[in-house]
Ligand binder design. Structure first.
Ligand code: DC
Length: 217
């Protein structure tokens, strides 16, 4: 069974998808980490971002593995490296690149074939797995998403202001919505879950209920 989880940055998709996968005993697929890994490889190779074909050619040679919570790039553990702000900023070059997307979507489908997975990203229910048995679109208001992000940053000992976080998030929302390929949008058959004011555990409980209901049909 395939469960897709899409939604805007900061809606809590990763933690929710991870917790859901654990609760229902499914594998978790972090597809954002794949785009981040391509961006990291591009940065390291000094790729010219104005030449999408150069990044696509590089991506075609990479061996990317997402194994539970770890991301491996040509066998090297890059789990922490792909979260670096420079990589986050460069990831849009990978995400906007049609050839990179084709390759990563093919990889996602291979990894999910015959498995029970919760797969998380922006285009999982629309492009990668249009026939998924359960599609979830996780949202929250921009202010709530920024508040959560700020709390995460503070927990990591980083300083930022609410306005800064809100502005960066608005920028990522614009990029996700304007992307020529793999645009973030809710699949018509996705269940939208608005998590504003909902405690984390309540969100996961609600999703487990959805999975159980779907398993019975
Ligand atoms: O979820 P994340 O922050 O790790 O995603 C990193 C970037 O990759 C983000 O800018 C959106 C993009 N992305 C994408 O275009 N398609 C996906 N399936 C997953 C992520």
């Amino acid at each position: 069974m395939i469960i897709t989880m899409d939604g805007p940055a900061g809606a809590g998709k990763s933690s929710v998808a991870r917790a859901l996968a654990r609760r229902v005993g499914f594998r978790f697929l972090d597809t954002g980490a794949m785009y981040r890994a391509v961006a990291l490889a591009g940065l390291r190779a000094g790729v010219d971002w104005s030449r999408p074909d150069a990044l696509a050619r590089l991506a075609e040679k990479l061996h990317i593995e997402v194994d539970g919570d770890r991301t491996l790039l040509d066998g090297e553990d890059v789990t922490a490296a792909v979260r670096h702000p420079d990589v986050t900023a460069a990831t849009r070059y990978a995400a906007d690149n049609a050839r990179v997307r084709d390759r990563l979507v093919a990889l996602q489908r291979r990894l999910a074939a015959g498995e029970d997975v919760v797969t998380e990203g922006r285009d999982q229910g629309t492009v990668a797995f249009p026939d998924a048995q359960l599609k979830i679109f996780l949202t929250a208001s921009p202010e709530e998403r920024a508040r959560r992000r700020l709390r995460d940053l503070e927990r990591q000992g980083e300083r930022a202001s609410f306005d800064e976080v809100l502005a960066q998030q608005a920028q990522r929302d614009r990029e996700d919505a304007a992307r020529p390929v793999g645009t973030l949008r809710r699949a018509p058959d996705a269940v939208e879950v608005d998590t504003d004011g909902m405690p984390f555990d309540a969100v996961v409980d609600r999703l487990v209920e959805l999975v159980n209901a779907r398993r019975q049909t």
